[in-house]
Design a protein around this ligand. Structure first.
Ligand code: ZN
Length: 100
């Protein structure tokens, strides 16, 4: 339903792995904390010292993960570039100047 709605509006729907640890992943440096009890609302990344609001960080992490999926194909193939649009069949149009 969500997918349908998104595509209807010309948006791209991306499904992020439900086990993706969005709230535990620092959206700044992608460092993951080992554990984050549900009652912890704010936490500080040990790697880059950014203090995160749990939910906001989770939202940003999810968004970034979604964008990574779009640009990389799948999470596991992060290095592979997806080449979808080749320019085959498209000749450069030559410009004709008509003077008059
Ligand atoms: Zn960090």
């Amino acid at each position: 339903m969500l997918k349908y709605k998104a595509e209807e509006n010309g948006k791209t729907y991306v499904e992020v792995d439900r086990f993706f640890p969005s709230s535990k992943t620092c959206h700044v440096c992608l460092n993951q904390v080992g554990s984050l009890p549900l009652d912890i609302r704010r936490w500080t990344c040990q790697s880059c010292n950014t203090t995160h609001d749990r939910d906001i960080n989770a939202a940003i992490s999810l968004r970034d993960e979604g964008l990574r999926i779009i640009s990389c194909g799948t999470r596991d193939q992060a290095d592979r570039q997806t080449v979808r649009r080749s320019s085959r069949g498209r000749k450069k149009s030559s410009t004709t100047l008509v003077s008059g």
